[in-house]
Design a protein around this ligand. Structure first.
Ligand code: HMG
Ligand code: MG
Length: 298
C-alpha cells in the first residue's frame, strides 16, 4: 500500500542554491523560503554552516537566518563540524543536519576526511545538538553509486548508515547524490537496512534526477513505507563536489504525483509553481521541472 500522507523535506534553498553559479542575495533567499512556507511546505532546509570557501553560495548564512524570524516552517541547516554547530546555535537554529558519505572518495572530496574521520567529526556535533534539544538529521551520500568508485555495495551503505544512526541522528536521509538509482535498487537497499535493524520510519529518501528516475525511485520508497521525501522547488540543485550530480527531484513533480495518488502533502501546487517561476526569473534561467513548465507554459 501507499501512505495517506507524505512529509516533504524541501531542500531548494540549500541543495538547490549551493550549486548555482550566481550568488543569490540573502534577501532573495529569505523571500524564496517565505514563499515556500506559504505554499504549505512545513520543512524548508535553509542553508549550510560550512566553510565559506567550500560553498561560497551559502556564505551568507549569518545574514540569512535573522531574516527568517517568524517563518512558519521547520528550518533545518547543515553543519559539518563543531564550528558549524556553534555558528548555527548562535543564530537560534532549532534543527541541524550532518552529512556523511558511504564512499571514501566522496568523503574526501566533500569533507576532506576519510569516512571514519568524518564520523569522528560528527559524533560531538550530534551529541552536542541533542543535548541542546535540537533535532538532528543525518544525510548519507552516494548510497546508490559514486562518480569515482562506480557501484556501491549495499553492505557498505548499511554499515555507514548504522553508524550515523548510532551517533544519535533522529532521521537518516538516503542520498542518491548523482541520480543513478533505479527502483529495484531502492527496494533492495531499504530491505537490507531493515534486515540490519533500521526501521523504515527513521528513513527519508533524497533523489537527484540525473537519469529521470527520481519519481520512479520515490514511488518504490513509498511502497516500502517511507513517508519523508526530499525535493527541491523547481528542480534546482546538485552538489559542487560531485560533478555528475544534477538537480534534485523537483518538488512540483513530486506534488503532482502525490496529488494524483490522493496522498496528502499540505502543499498548494499553484503557489509552489508560482514560487519556482519567480525564482527562475531571479536566476535568469527556466526551471528544469517538467511540472513547472507544464503549469506555467515556460
Ligand atoms: P577543512 O579544510 O578540513 O577544515 O574542511 P578544518 O577543519 O581543517 O578547518 C580549516 C579552517 O576552516 C579553520 O580556520 C576552521 O575554523 C575553518 P582557521 O583556523 O584555519 O582559520 N572552518 C570553518 N569555518 C566556518 N564554518 C565552518 C568551519 N569549519 C572549519 N563550519 C569542512 C572541512 C568540513 C569544513 C569542509 O570540508 C566543508 O565545509 N565542507 C562542506 C562541503 C559541502 O557543504 N558540500 C555540500 C553539502 S553535501 C550535499 O550536498 C549532499 C546532500 O545533498 C545529500 C546528497 O545529495 O547525497 C546533503
Ligand atoms: Mg543532494
Amino acid at each position: 500500500g501507499l501512505p495517506a500522507r507524505v512529509r516533504i523535506h524541501e531542500v531548494g534553498p540549500r541543495d538547490g542554491l549551493q550549486n548555482e553559479k550566481a550568488i543569490v542575495p540573502a534577501e532573495v533567499k529569505a523571500e524564496f523560503i517565505r514563499r515556500l512556507a506559504a505554499a504549505g511546505l512545513g520543512t524548508v532546509e535553509a542553508t549550510s554552516f560550512v566553510h565559506p570557501k567550500w560553498v561560497p553560495q551559502l556564505a551568507d548564512a549569518e545574514q540569512l537566518l535573522p531574516l527568517l524570524d517568524g517563518v512558519p516552517a521547520r528550518l533545518p541547516v547543515l553543519v559539518p563540524n563543531a564550528r558549524g554547530l556553534e555558528r548555527a546555535r548562535a543564530l537560534g537554529a532549532r534543527e541541524v543536519a550532518v552529512f556523511g558519505s558511504a564512499t571514501e572518495s566522496f568523503a574526501k572530496a566533500n569533507l576532506n576526511r576519510t569516512v571514519d574521520e568524518s564520523l569522528e567529526m560528527f559524533a560531538p556535533v550530534v551529541a552536542g545538538a541533542r543535548e541542546a534539544g535540537l533535532a538532528v538529521r543525518g544525510y548519507l551520500s552516494m548510497c546508490f553509486g559514486d562518480p569515482w568508485e562506480g557501484a556501491v555495495p549495499l553492505e557498505q551503505v548499511v554499515r555507514v548508515a548504522r553508524r550515523l544512526l548510532d551517533l544519535g541522528c533522529d532521521e537518516l536521509s538516503l542520498g542518491d547524490t548523482i541520480g543513478v538509482a533505479t527502483p529495484g535498487h531502492v527496494t533492495a537497499l531499504l530491505t537490507a537496512l531493515n534486515e540490519a535493524g533500521v526501521e523504515t520510519g527513521r528513513l527519508a529518501v533524497h533523489f537527484h534526477d540525473t537519469y529521470g528516475q527520481a519519481l520512479a525511485n520515490t514511488l518504490a520508497a513509498l511502497r516500502h513505507g517511507v513517508t519523508t521525501v526530499d525535493a527541491s522547488a523547481g528542480g534546482l540543485g546538485g552538489c559542487p563536489y560531485a560533478k555528475s550530480a544534477t538537480g534534485n527531484l523537483a518538488t512540483e513533480d513530486l506534488v503532482w504525483m502525490l496529488d494524483g495518488l490522493g496522498i496528502d502533502t499540505g502543499v498548494d501546487l499553484g503557489r509552489l509553481t508560482a514560487t519556482s517561476v519567480w525564482m527562475a526569473e531571479q536566476l535568469g534561467r527556466p526551471s528544469p521541472s517538467r511540472t513547472v513548465r507544464a503549469l506555467s507554459h515556460q
